[in-house]
Design a protein around this ligand. Structure first.
Ligand code: NAD
Ligand code: GLY
Length: 367
């Protein structure tokens, strides 16, 4: 097992990465201060892993909320299921919520913990690659609104993150690839050496070689933990973690939540960001092709959906949380391994980049 720390003063917390961690109660129990625990999971993950977590919590008053599975349920209505049960079972302010699942469960359980009785403790047990490398770390929680992705939310840090890599054995290939999009993101935005490593080891990751997966998770978390420690509330450099997301969120909202997986939308978004970076003269054709190849090799789509017009794309991107003064701010690449946030570009370049990266038809997606 490897343990990293997100350094946030008295709110610092460990991220444990390794095999067999769900069977180690000593990793969870020190972070539970009261006797009431609510495990939030969903109907897919609970049959696989709930029993192990329950066993680790023996002796505590332990309840479960099972949410319907899917991004389309990441909304205020579903969130109410958690509040209903917490109130119905008289959970008080000393309770702890445990998120057992992917990023959807993690974001919702985290937001419930941020808001229930003005804030209670929570623990992340991420079970997708995407959640292990990204969403469980850093304290962003929230739900979607029909008009925009993750538009209702709060910052609320977990007490600890337990990433048991054994849980990835039951993940399907499409979800594994979606997680690899966020892994690639860390290389592109700030760790060129990791990008080289990913180019060499992508097939091993797709083959789920445990050592390689554990290394990729740990290195991704290390990158994210450093950025979160430096800029917890996204006053500056944390925005770089949104590489590909301004475009990706537009795809997710525009196509209907759940049609494109978050990681798939981010992957295509990173390619459009790279195309914009090329148009600004920051990267060349070689680097653009390197990025496209790496993303394609990870089994991810390299073209935006044909049915989302450039006009609609821009309309959706205009609602991004990073925007200021009516200008769409983009995370772009100075080079592979260095990202910047900018709104200093010509609108016609944005249109051209979007036009250049549309699929001819929906069927030409990579998956
Ligand atoms: P997800 O939570 O929908 O999980 C993907 C699918 O895999 C679901 O059907 C889930 O039930 C299933 N699943 C989960 N674990 C499994 C396992 N071990 N075996 C088999 N099936 C399993 O999707 P995700 O990709 O984990 O997360 C995406 C969400 O995370 C998006 O809503 C995105 O906005 C959010 N996100 C948040 C942050 C953040 O900082 N808070 C960062 C990145 C992404
Ligand atoms: N996933 C972006 C962030 O955590 O800031």
């Amino acid at each position: 097992m490897k343990t990293l720390t997100v350094e946030l003063g008295e709110r610092s917390y460990p991220i444990h990465v390794g095999q067999g961690l769900l069977r180690r109660p000593e990793l969870i129990r020190p972070h539970i201060k009261g006797r009431q625990v609510m495990i939030v999971s969903n109907e897919t993950v609970a049959p696989l892993y709930m029993e192990s977590v329950r066993t680790a919590l023996q002796g505590l008053h332990c309840a479960e909320t099972l949410l319907p599975d899917g991004e389309r349920y990441k909304n205020l209505e579903t969130l109410n299921l958690i509040y209903d049960q917490l109130l119905g079972e008289n959970f008080d302010r000393s309770c702890t919520l445990i998120a057992l699942g992917g990023g959807v469960v993690g974001d919702m359980a985290g937001f419930a913990a941020a808001t229930y009785q003005r804030g209670v403790d929570f623990i992340q047990i991420p079970t997708t690659l995407l959640a292990q490398v990204d969403s469980s770390v850093g304290g962003k929680t929230g739900v979607n609104h029909p008009l925009g992705k993750n538009m209702i939310g709060a910052f609320h840090q977990p007490r600890c993150v337990i990433a048991d890599t054994d849980t990835l054995n039951t993940l399907d290939d499409r979800e594994l690839s979606a997680g690899l999009a966020e892994v690639i993101k860390y290389g592109l935005l700030g760790d060129a050496e990791f990008c080289d490593w990913l180019e060499e080891n992508m097939q091993a990751l797709l083959d789920r070689e445990p050592d390689k997966l554990a290394y990729a998770i740990e290195r991704s978390c290390r990158n994210k933990a450093a950025i979160v420690a430096a800029d917890e509330r996204e006053a500056g450099q944390r925005a770089l973690l949104n590489l590909g997301h301004t475009f990706g969120h537009a795809i997710e909202t525009g196509m209907g939540y759940g049609q494109w997986l978050h990681g798939e939308a981010v992957a295509t978004g990173m390619i459009i960001a790279a195309e914009m970076s090329k148009r600004l003269g920051w990267i060349g054709d070689d680097e653009l092709h390197r990025i496209e190849n790496l993303i394609g090799k990870a089994g991810l789509p390299t073209r935006a959906p044909a049915s989302l017009s450039t006009e609609r794309f821009i309309e959706l991107m205009a609602r991004d949380k990073k925007n200021q003064g009516g200008k769409i701010r983009l995370v772009l690449l100075k080079r592979i391994g260095e990202a910047v946030v900018t709104s200093d570009y010509r609108p016609q370049d944005l249109r051209a980049a979007l036009d250049a990266h549309h699929a001819i038809t929906e069927r030409s997606l990579a998956f």
